[in-house]
Design a protein around this ligand. Sequence first.
Ligand code: FAD
Length: 474
Amino acid sequence: MTKLPKVFLKELTKLLGRNAVLTETEDLLPYLKDERGLLESDCSLIIRPKTTGEISETVGLCAKHRVPVVPLGGNTGLVGGGIASGGVILSLEKLNRIIHIDTLNHTMTVEAGCILANIQKAADEAGCLFPLSLGAEGSCQIGGNLSTNAGGVGVLHYGNARDLVLGIEVVLPNGLIYENLKALRKDNTGYDLKQLFIGAEGTLGIITKAVLKLYPRPRAFATILVALEELDEILSLFDLTRATCGDKLKAFELIPRLALELEVAHIPGIRDPFTEKHAYYALLELTSPRQEDDLRGEIETVLEQALNNGVISDALIATSQAQASQLWKMREEIPAAQSIEGGSLKHDVAVPVSKSVEFIKKATQLVMAEMPGVRVCAFGHVGDGNIHFNLTQPLGIDKKSFLKKQKVFNHIVHDLVVGMNGSISAEHGIGLSKRDELCFYASKIEIDLMRQIKVAIDPHNQMNPNKIVLFDSP
Ligand SMILES: Cc1cc2nc3c(=O)[nH]c(=O)nc-3n(C[C@H](O)[C@H](O)[C@H](O)COP(=O)(O)OP(=O)(O)OC[C@H]3O[C@@H](n4cnc5c(N)ncnc54)[C@H](O)[C@@H]3O)c2cc1C
């Protein structure tokens, strides 16, 4: 492991106290491996400050000794953004207070280390909704969500993480604090600096607090699983539901047959909810803040029309919260089932919603031509045009040799995505894993602008170095 200067360690311990500085191997281990267990940090020191002031002084000290800092939230990121190569990892876990809820202003001020599920719960207890929602919500932190501009299952209705923020506080790479915790819905005072730090994956500073937008709490719900035989029909169903239910449609997710089969095989408690086998499923959620809204009636009208037009072949509407959670489990457990099945290669991509079916079909043809027998598991937020185009290894081949084909499949899938004016990273970010891909696909002007911003804010490449783009000072 990379050694740090003794004098730095001494000053750091004096500043934060022994408990905030972890150096023993068994204490370090939980922070070093990434979520998928594929990458490991080379780092001998974890720091766990408790306040913005402590972070500011710590980062200032790191800057003085030229020690790089990698901020770490819940460590659920999927692109290696929290992996350190030398330097220190600064965990935000101790900054976990909900500071203030203003129900009239519909805002909530929180520290960056708050777990997303705790924020949702606090909003709910105050009679409001914080709508960011994703599979890792029990362990990811709001600072990590903002730093990755997380998406999840509410984007169709509420937008990405960046749409849910009114203000932030950031410790800059030199230790200074940029504070903008105004809870304003209108503020046209020059460049929107907060948005620079959102989605920056910790490369420009450490988010320490945020003012989040709250929404009226939904009081009527409907969760529906629809069975389809043709992929083309999924967009007809989407169109019909939006036209009928408008903004009440909160989530529209695609689940292919393969995903359900893998879950039934590997995940306890998951069964096929229909008696017949179907090629595709769409998971829909409707919500409304008005309890008297007849969401069931509205969706039944849609389903009846879709059945009569041959768009869908079956559907079920959850009759209890437990049944709704069971249907959502069927969506959330897909990556886990894929991992148990064997090697899995992931592509988190976006295309315009109208092109999502065309993308899945073309990409499937191309990957099958490259490796006959590869099992395509294309699922996810199709209502946002965000497809998790995941590949499961063919039956009977060696996992390692399959995983070695990552680059080949990346190029096939990403060439197609870029050709369709799409994105090679819809919601998981760039981090380490997609850095070279970004450099390859982005225009020179985009990469140059990103590097110029990085150099302007972090001239010594202190903060989460070499993530997103390789540092290149002018
Ligand atoms: C089961 C599962 C489901 C998921 N589903 C989704 C999904 O639907 N949508 C989605 O978008 N993502 C999803 N993810 C990915 C992941 O949960 C998100 O990227 C999440 O936002 C990361 O938050 P975190 O706190 O775990 O961040 P970490 O993994 O700790 O860090 C992620 C990046 O942010 C930086 N960072 C963390 N905290 C701060 C901070 N306070 N200030 C500055 N930089 C910081 C880190 O340096 C790193 O670059 C999923 C992951 C899993 C495991």
